[in-house]
Design a protein around this ligand. Structure first.
Ligand code: ADP
Ligand code: MG
Length: 690
């Protein structure tokens, strides 16, 4: 590389690292919303977030040829405005009456009266406008909140193939398109003298962000295949480097002295006997812990298989050997839950256990930190706040990571670098087919808990068409009246589609008529508010016995009295995701039920997929089936594996790429510039290229 090239390369990466708030028209508020949706707020995070599908906006002249749910683009003559507002305590929408070229009446409707004048100005009476939106009609033709309204001479501003990004509240598809356009305009300069590999990489990315049709977004599209290979190459390289680092003789440690007092107390206070799989897993962990190569182990076990006690055994063992343990949970709620379970046992054993989350402030926090620094606290439970700078450990020997899918190789590496090469134990309830687990978790050793504690009843699972929803509600009533708790899940899949959100809301409104204490949580709620409602639902003294939720109900949340879960539009979820959701119930000893409701458009294969769930409870088998039953060349945005969240890789269709990338990484001596760049891009940077 010439000097000039190096400078250009740096400019490119500086740009990729730029905070989205500095993109024109974004600012801090939108940047924060992007952060929620993208899981990051850099230009790069945006680039890795690809459209879910392409929406064709066919121009229609005659509204009667379109059917409900179609997205149409249609020239309309504006006839009259009727402002909405509150009326006898009810909100009435603003309605704009129009006519199409054939003279058919079409109504444009706005529910939100903010910016109303703006919309009315865009639709002046007596003029033609090109309008684009989703058709929703009963007896009349209605377009709610059209996405585009253009003067006739600007009609071509409405894209005929519109990329639809997975989104969240407060981010419209127009915002996405605007940011995308700016980013790619700026990128073309920065790529002028970049490495050829990088030019090729961003070119493929551009095709994906400007798809001509769904074909460009399918797992077998040439662009996706390229990007997926690079992504796997980055990941596999990181795995190889990480494993080499960990096992390097220079990183060997002195084995801690073995004692046996605390562990025997632990076994004495156990309220149950361990399953065979738990015992085997604990043995594997203890053997790692007494080795001079630090542990890097993943424990996989279905929901309810009893991973917490295994983790606790490891933590007590570490205390016995003189070290401290940090137990990292993905959310405050889960941290609290772990703490509530672990603390009483620690008290009995006689070791100090504490919790540390973002909520701890001031003197309380200071005191907790002092106890951790002095080494008095042996086990500290918390969220990633456990690794903020002000948290100092006396001797951090073990880090346990529960259900953190985004905890990638680089984060694990960063941990290893913190302190004296602590042992790392990751817990996951997401079964992964054995055939994949080596390539995905290649830097970790894997223990599998494939046995449930005795006495667990399998969850009775049935499928039911949505047309029978009222019958279902009627049958829930006596159950709920006699104390059962019900999760009612509605999917909120791709974009911030207003219709999805209204579906959740109207289901909630409907259920509230029958169950006045019903609760509602969704991802666009304030986190505190959400936690609050979750806590109410978990509380056995509260009247909230039915909780309507989008998929935000957390992995691992434990509400033992929840015995029924209803999943609407089950066909829109992956099997693994459904199995995960189902695991929210069946956690106590009572018989639990899962009802998979499906929509009218379900395909035959869709029904077969649901059958897998009604027939088996074994997460590993379901994961295998999930892989097998996927169609070829599926849309990337619609897959939810729950395993490692790759951006471009499709487990079912990119098996060959896995093999290719793994062997390229194995043969690697020192990583090339391209591999370093790719590891940076995919955030698997193992910090050896710096
Ligand atoms: P998960 O693997 O989903 O994290 P948990 O660790 O939360 O599962 O365990 C689920 C429930 O099963 C807990 O209430 C726990 O106390 C109980 N449990 C765990 N192991 C056993 C066992 N060997 N026998 C009986 N109950 C058990
Ligand atoms: Mg758990």
């Amino acid at each position: 590389m010439t000097k000039f090239n190096i400078k250009m390369q740096r400019e490119l990466f500086d740009f990729l690292n730029t905070d989205l708030q500095f993109i024109k028209g974004v600012g801090p508020v939108l940047a924060a919303r992007f952060d929620d949706v993208l899981g990051g707020r850099r230009v790069l995070d945006f680039l890795l977030h690809i459209p879910a599908y392409v929406r064709a906006r066919e121009i229609t002249e005659n509204i009667t040829t379109a059917t409900k749910g179609d997205v149409i683009t249609i020239p309309l003559l504006v006839k009259s405005h009727k402002k909405g507002g509150a009326f006898r305590g009810r909100r009435r929408p603003t309605q704009i009456s129009c006519a199409d070229k054939m003279g058919n009446a079409v109504i444009i409707q706005f529910f939100n009266v903010n910016f109303l004048d703006y919309w009315l100005k865009k639709l002046p009476i007596g003029e033609w406008r090109m309008v684009s939106g989703k058709l929703d009609h009963g007896t009349r033709y209605i377009i709610n909140h059209p996405e585009f309204i253009e003067e006739m001479q600007n009609a071509d501003k409405i894209p005929s193939a519109q990329a639809i990004y997975p989104s969240g509240e407060g981010l419209t598809q127009k915002t996405f398109a605007g940011v995308r356009d700016q980013i790619f305009a700026a990128l073309s300069d920065k790529l002028l003298n970049a490495e050829p590999d990088m030019v090729e990489f961003f070119d493929a990315l551009r095709h994906v962000h400007y798809p001509k049709s769904d074909d460009d977004l399918m797992s077998n599209s040439q662009y996706i295949v390229k990007l997926a290979y690079w992504e796997l190459l980055a990941h596999q390289s990181a795995i190889v480097i990480s494993r080499r680092n960990r096992t390097d003789v220079r990183n060997r440690r002195t084995v801690r002295p073995q004692k046996h007092e605390l562990m025997s107390r632990f076994y004495n206070i156990l309220p149950f006997s361990l399953t065979g799989a738990q015992t085997r897993t604990i043995d594997e962990i203890f053997s790692d812990m007494s080795h001079d190569v630090p542990m890097m182990r993943l424990v996989q076990g279905d929901v309810g298989s009893g991973k917490t006690i295994v983790a606790l055994a490891a933590a007590i063992k570490m205390a016995e050997m003189g070290g401290q343990t940090a137990l990292l949970a993905p959310t405050d709620t889960l941290a609290q839950q772990h703490y509530a379970k672990i603390k009483p046992m620690c008290d009995k054993i006689g070791i100090v256990c504490d919790i540390l989350t973002g909520r701890d402030k001031g003197a309380v926090r200071r005191e907790k930190l002092i106890s951790v620094r002095s080494g008095r606290t042996k086990i500290v439970v918390g969220t990633h706040a456990l690794f903020s700078e002000d948290v100092e450990y006396k001797d951090l020997g073990l880090v346990i990571i529960d259900e953190q899918h985004r905890f990638g190789v680089s984060q694990r590496e960063a941990l290893r670098a913190k302190g004296n090469n602590p042992d790392v134990l990751a817990l996951s309830a997401t079964p992964i087919p054995r055939t994949l687990s080596m390539t995905i978790y290649g830097d970790m050793d894997v223990s599998i808990i494939n046995e449930k504690p005795a006495g667990r009843l399998p969850i009775k699972t049935t499928k039911l068409p949505i047309t029978r929803v009222n019958e279902l509600i009627a049958r829930l009533k006596p159950q709920i009246d006699s104390g059962a708790k019900v999760f009612w899940v509605c999917p909120l899949v791709a974009e911030s589609d207003i219709s999805d959100m209204t579906a959740v809301q109207s289901r909630y409104d409907e259920l509230k008529k029958v169950f006045p204490h019903a609760g509602l949580v969704h991802g666009q709620m304030d986190k505190k508010q959400r936690d609050n409602i979750m806590a109410q639902f978990a509380d056995d003294t509260s009247n909230m016995r039915i909780l309507v939720a989008t998929t935000v109900i957390e992995v691992g949340i434990d509400v033992p009295r929840a015995t029924i879960i209803v999943i609407e539009n089950a066909e829109r979820f992956g099997l693994a995701a459904l199995h995960q959701l189902r695991g929210r119930v069946g956690r106590g000893n009572m018989q639990s039920f899962c009802i998979l409701m499906y929509g009218q458009n379900i395909s035959e294969i869709g029904l077969k997929r649901l059958d897998v769930l009604t027939k088996t409870d074994d997460g590993f088998q379901i994961a295998e089936q999930d892989l097998i039953m996927r169609g070829t060349g599926e849309l990337l945005g619609t897959r939810q594996s729950g395993w490692i969240n790759y951006h471009f890789v499709d487990y079912a269709h990119h098996r060959d790429l896995f093999r290719l990338a793994a062997s390229a990484a194995r043969d690697m001596d020192t990583p090339s510039q391209t591999i370093c760049d790719l590891m940076f891009i995919f955030d698997r940077g193992v910090n050896i290229c710096a």
